[in-house]
Write a protein that binds this ligand. Structure first.
Ligand SMILES: [Fe+2]
Length: 143
């Protein structure tokens, strides 16, 4: 895989992280529970960090990272649609569950992309965060 191809793959992850940030912003506004709000805010920050880390790698490869658009890009369309129709903490968690299942699936797949070790490490660490996000949301929905 040449630099351009690697950068393209990293860009697809970065786009997903942009969507996740916007989805968390909308979800957080619907959550009344302070503890859950705090956790979701931390997860939003994780996605912002993943975006920054991926962008730095894309630049190092000589390519341009995706722009951090003020709106979502449509990668998490299903979760966004449900965010708009659902209300309250449970609705927000259900919508984010849909979103996190997709980000987890994508980051998991990225684990088999055979990228250079330093880039793979960044992706593996991000996937760890993703698993944690999904686990927490599932725990809150099941109680
Ligand atoms: Fe996440």
């Amino acid at each position: 895989m040449d630099n351009k191809e690697i950068a393209k793959k990293l860009s697809s992850l970065a786009q997903l992280d942009i969507d996740a940030v916007h989805a968390y912003k909308e979800a957080i506004e619907k959550v009344e529970d302070l503890q859950i709000r705090e956790n979701l805010t931390r997860y939003r920050e994780d996605h912002e960090r993943h975006f920054s880390e991926l962008s730095a790698e894309i630049r190092r490869l000589g390519e341009t990272p995706p722009e951090f658009s003020p709106d979502f890009k449509g990668y998490l369309i299903q979760g966004f649609t449900s965010l708009r129709s659902m209300t309250g903490t449970e609705g927000a968690l259900k919508a984010m569950h849909t979103n996190e299942k997709l980000t987890n699936k994508t980051y998991k797949e990225a684990g088999s992309w055979n990228l250079p070790t330093d880039i793979q490490t960044i992706i593996d660490q991000a996937y760890e965060d993703e698993r944690h996000h999904l686990e927490y949301i599932e725990m809150k929905l099941n109680k």
